[in-house]
Design a protein around this ligand. Structure first.
Ligand SMILES: [Zn+2]
Length: 430
């Protein structure tokens, strides 16, 4: 499960957006047709428009690919579960205030899940497990729900329906440290590709009050392991009391928006509690039954929160691989439209998100201005059309010498496939 967002004053960092006021993902989301809400659907329940859905889809594919390469196996599980499931997991007694009330269906009480962990614990438990199968890294981009009060809802950052990039690594106690270090490495690599710079790493510990499960020895053991993970990873961190999950301590990777409001994006947690509650087992090399450890981790947090952050970070000018439209084709006059249409089909075949803005949409200058957030703007004049060339303009104003159209498509495709942060080959990026 994710951490509850926390808000604290932090210094703001300059953003690549040229907007005079601090970038606000709610305003940009509406202006750029990324997402919106409707009172008939309800507050805290945004929907994604085609351009926003394209960004989200690219992000989901990126994270699934990263996880697959890191040895994770993906599952799907339903967003509902019986009330008893959350009584066993401890959510019912420790987290009920954040859960939607149960729905009675056919004499059973079903609840919208507040986290994916219990479903994953049951998937693990559904088969006999041997130590040879461990670590079992189970990942899902799945829905979960939080009954936030309507007063605090807004944009993509405070929502009632959450799509979480989640995973649980079921492993032996000896493997837990290495798995948590690897998870932290996966997080740092994903942040690097996305251009996200965390403001701090936080070791989130329990605080006063009864919201945490009681077992001081397990808390101490999990905390010691997380400290070791942080030291091995070499990241500076700060400890904070009262920020742990109810079942265990965690490493939270904190980001801040332009106004300096801090929130948790990524997390790594060591959990001895839920394997106990669900009676999870594996058969060890000694032939005896043993209890696995659960490492909960989220690399990019919820897609809502990460997309909100990326919208503000880039002011809508996303890296090529994330851009809703990657290529815009600009035939100079009616005579080049057929050539542009043929190139549009070649771009689509290459898997690029492409649009054709023809002369009926105004002067070339007006069309370039309208497409100012599109990373690759391909101008086709009479000379280019005659020789099957394109004159590429990059979003930052650079103009490349005319290229054979197929070569331009291939080189843009390679940049996009490689999650390039810069717009062209050899661009230095911070
Ligand atoms: Zn979990």
């Amino acid at each position: 499960m994710t951490a509850q967002p926390s808000h604290a004053a932090r210094p703001s960092r300059p953003s690549p957006s040229a907007a005079p006021s601090p970038p606000d993902h709610r305003r940009l989301g509406r202006e750029l047709d990324l997402f919106d809400t409707d009172p008939l659907i309800g507050s805290g329940l945004p929907y994604w428009l085609p351009d926003g859905a394209a960004v989200r889809h690219a992000l989901e594919e990126f994270i699934r690919g990263s996880e697959q390469r890191a040895g994770y196996r993906h599952v799907y599980s339903p967003v509902l579960g019986k009330r008893e499931l959350y009584e066993i997991s401890g959510h019912w007694s420790h987290y009920q205030d954040d859960m939607f009330p149960p729905m009675e269906v056919g004499g059973e009480e079903l609840v919208l899940r507040p986290s994916l962990c219990p479903h994953h614990a049951l998937i693990y438990r559904s088969r006999a497990r041997s130590y040879r199968e461990l670590p079992f890294r189970m990942a899902e981009l799945g829905g979960m729900y939080r009954s936030e009060r309507s007063g605090v809802l807004g944009g993509l950052t405070r929502v009632r329906a959450i799509q979480l990039n989640d995973a649980h690594v079921f492993c032996t106690p000896e493997q837990a440290g290495d798995e948590a270090v690897a998870a932290l490495e996966l997080i740092r690599e994903a942040h690097r590709v996305l251009g996200i710079r965390p403001v701090r790493y936080r070791l989130s510990l329990p605080g006063a009050g009864g919201k945490y499960v009681a077992d001081p020895a397990l808390w101490e053991r999990a905390t010691a392991l997380l400290v070791e993970v942080l030291e091995r990873s070499g990241v500076p961190y700060e400890a904070a009391e009262g920020e742990a999950a109810f079942y265990g301590p965690k490493i939270d990777v904190q980001i801040a928006d332009a106004a300096g409001r801090e929130s948790t994006l990524s997390t790594v947690q060591i959990d001895y509690h839920q394997p106990e509650r669900f009676g999870l087992q594996y058969i060890g090399a000694d032939g005896a039954k043993h209890r696995p450890v659960m490492v909960h981790r989220s690399v990019i947090g919820s897609v809502e929160r990460v997309v909100a952050h990326l919208i503000e970070l880039y002011g809508g000018a996303f890296p090529g691989w994330l851009a809703p439209t990657q290529v815009v084709l600009l035939p100079l006059a009616e005579e080049q439209v057929a050539q542009a249409e043929a190139l549009r089909r070649r771009c689509l075949e290459r898997g690029l998100r492409v649009e054709l803005a023809g002369p009926e949409q105004g002067s070339l200058g007006a069309r370039i201005r309208a497409a100012r957030l599109v990373p690759y703007q391909a101008v086709i004049g009479p000379k280019e059309a005659a020789d099957d060339l394109v004159a590429l303009r990059l979003r930052d104003g650079r103009r490349l010498a005319p290229l054979p159209a197929d070569e331009a498509v291939a080189r843009i495709g390679a940049l996009v496939d490689g999650y390039a942060a810069g717009l062209w080959e050899g661009d230095a990026v911070g």
